[in-house]
Design a protein around this ligand. Sequence first.
Ligand code: F6R
Length: 259
Amino acid sequence: MRVIVTPDIRTLGESAARVLADVVAADNGAVIGLATGASATPVYEALAEWQVDFFNVTAFALDEYVGLPPGHPQSYSAVLRRSVMEPLGMQSSRLHVPNVHGANLHSEARNYEQRIAAVGGIDVQLLGIGANGHIGFNEPGSSLSGRTRLAALAESTRRANARFFQEPAEVPRWCMTQGVGTIREARSLLLVAFGSAKAAAVAQALEGPITALCPASAVQLHPDVTVVVDESAAANLRLRDHYRAQQIVGVDGRGADHG
Ligand code: F6R
């Protein structure tokens, strides 16, 4: 696991964006998994500033709310169009978001897995983390091998996401999310977090026991993980100094792999 601690949010966005830009530079038809929310925003802003060309990139959203009208500005489909597809010049046919408006949402969830498999899987999956340790919308208690499915949002997640809606009651109760098992199949994972509200979850995810109580702890099972956190989100990491040293001694200029 490679852990990069950055002094501020802008540097955090640039460090994570660099990982994605390198993947696209190596293969302009790369498949990228997209997160939404505040943590992903500085990453997309840096990519847009550098004008990284996503024309041939295929992207899969981690999740989508269930219960919002089609085209709702806070639906993740709309958010990803605004923050990724339009600024980076993606083709709309290559932006995949779970279809939450079909007649049978269970079969739509299976269909999403098939769409990911049909392009050969995800090269790099960007992840945020909830203060309760969720990744995607896999709330505590989710199977660490779960697949894309309908899931209920934790009340704490609904409260946290109320900032994006006019009324707290508008925040959906349900979503369709890639499962932790789906996420773990991406060839590499890139987890970003900033702010003190994430410090406990980041420490549990990276250094705590692997447990469904903290679904993000499943990243410990993945052989290729990069974590980019600011100083406040890194505050509870016991190995903080070790990660910093790894960043300094890295022979590839990006920090060594801690193993
Ligand atoms: C969003 C997602 C969530 C968020 C997480 C952190 O697609 O899957 O797991 O990444 O809730 O959200 P922010 O970054 O807004 O704190």
